[in-house]
Design a protein around this ligand. Structure first.
Ligand code: MV4
Length: 447
């Protein structure tokens, strides 16, 4: 078992990890930047250490400073949370070299799944459905044109090192494909230092369905069912729900088992999310694997009763998974609304500053994961998410009514937030029916 964990992250996820450590009897050390000095969540950690200035490159992304902080505070593990260094295989490798446990996968498993070309190859050999396309990275224009001819247009060019929508180009014809290959490769080279690209068939209308999985160091892998995250804008999710509305039980079983198979093949220990696109016939195709705990993990916790962050800490300490697949049952429905300090009426412009009014919802089935309190100043240095409103109810209808009620009780000012948009979405007919596609929100915002 781990005895002291350094948390190399901030905000609500830092608080989530502090809470999990406390419940397991693990000491927590919060590593914070000067921009986060005095933040209220810091007091709940057992120890705290400043790791540098507000700029992420000089603190939450700075490997030498984080490793030094772990050494001087005598931490035996580092939890990266999400974002920052969470999916950096080099960082996981440095931790290993310093005999510090990285709370997450081994650098090898992270690289196998993080590189999309190698992930797709592993998926194929594990009988996980993938989009038709090139077998590996494309090196010659000629080869790309041949593959596209075979699978038919439109196709999508993706960067092997990309993810979350970066380094992608859609092509409707040969000319666009030639241009897209160059552009995607250059963008990937500049952003990730790896210009490798591949192509696959482009699916137009789809839902984003992702499966929560968790593995241990003893070769066990279990899925915790799926989430639907189709309500998004520019690859930023706004609402997620568990389980996916309208997915029939056979398809659910297929997609969830495929995800568990993939991380088992990768010899993966820790929490991960396997992302898929699902078409209107519920055919599903692998997109990518997120090798970390995700923002939206709480909805899965609410419907399964599994403490995902706590279980991640246990498996990092060498414990086998404390449950079997057949013990995992879904109870009711859960939904999460991301509360961002942004103004939806001004194209989601950031709205940093001091939160004067912060009145929070409560009651049956309501969970609020936030690091904010009245008087908290939202620093301009980081992403704009200031909290997650999570509700759980017996079914999807009741869940939406409970979310509407909780949003009505939630008052934040004078900064602008996504609360009013969420309140409108709870009344939206298409959303209420379930099964909206990944373009739903952008279409709605245009109209
Ligand atoms: C696709 C696709 C359609 N067809 N791949 C975007 C982010 C990255 N994870 C992969 N993405 C997509 N890959 C094929 N073959 C459409 C998207 C996509 C998308 C996926 C999930 C959620 C939102 C999205 C928004 C635009 C495009």
């Amino acid at each position: 078992m781990l005895s002291r964990v350094l948390i190399a992250n901030r905000g609500e996820i830092a608080l989530r990890i502090i809470r999990a450590c406390r419940e397991l009897g693990i000491e927590s050390v919060i590593a914070y930047s000067e921009a986060d000095a005095g933040a209220p969540y810091i007091q709940y950690a057992d120890h705290a250490i400043c790791i540098g200035p507000g700029a992420a490159a000089e603190s939450y992304l700075n490997i030498p400073r984080i490793i030094s902080a772990a050494e001087v505070t005598n931490a035996d593990a580092i939890h990266p949370g999400y974002g920052f260094l969470a999916e950096n295989a080099h960082f996981a490798e440095v931790c290993r070299g310093c005999r510090i446990e990285f709370v997450g996968p081994s650098p090898e498993a992270m690289a196998r799944l993080g590189d999309k070309v190698s992930c797709k190859a592993l998926a194929r050999s594990s009988k996980v459905p993938v989009f038709p396309g090139s077998d590996g990275a494309i090196t010659e224009e000629e080869e790309a044109l041949e593959v596209a001819q075979k699978i038919g247009y439109p196709v999508i060019v993706k960067a092997s090192a990309g993810g979350g929508g970066r380094g992608m180009r859609i092509a409707q014809n040969e000319a666009a494909l030639k241009a897209g290959l160059k552009a995607a490769s250059q963008e990937a080279q500049a952003a990730f230092g790896n210009g490798a690209v591949y192509i696959e068939k482009f699916l137009e209308h789809a839902r984003h369905v992702e499966v929560q999985v968790i593995g241990d160091k003893h070769g066990n892998a279990v899925h915790l069912y799926e989430r639907d995250c189709s309500v998004q804008r520019r690859h930023q999710k706004l609402i997620e729900e568990a389980t996916g509305p309208g997915i029939d039980s056979k398809k659910r079983d297929d997609v969830c088992k495929a995800a568990a198979r993939l991380i088992k093949s990768a010899k993966y220990a820790g929490a991960a999310t396997v992302e898929f696109l699902m078409d209107h016939k519920q055919n599903f195709y692998l997109l990518e694997v997120n090798t970390r705990v995700q923002v939206e993990h709480p909805i899965t916790e609410m419907v399964t009763g599994v403490d995902i962050v706590g279980t991640g800490l246990k498996v990092a300490g060498g414990d086998p998974l404390p449950f079997k697949q057949r013990e995992i049952k879904v109870n009711g429905h859960a939904m999460e609304c991301r509360i961002n300090a942004e103004d939806p009426t001004r194209n989601f412009a950031p709205s940093a500053g001091t939160i004067e009014r912060f009145e929070t919802p409560g009651g049956l089935g309501v969970r609020l994961d936030t690091h904010c309190v009245p008087g908290y100043r939202v620093p301009p240095n980081y992403d704009s998410m200031i909290g997650k409103l999570i509700v759980h109810a017996e079914d999807r209808e009741a869940c939406m009514r409970r979310m509407a009620r909780a949003l009505d009780e939630f008052h934040i000012g004078p900064i602008k937030t996504t609360i009013p948009l969420h309140r409108e979405l709870m009344e939206n007919e298409s959303f209420r029916k379930g099964g909206v596609d990944i373009h739903f929100l952008e279409r709605l915002l245009k109209s």
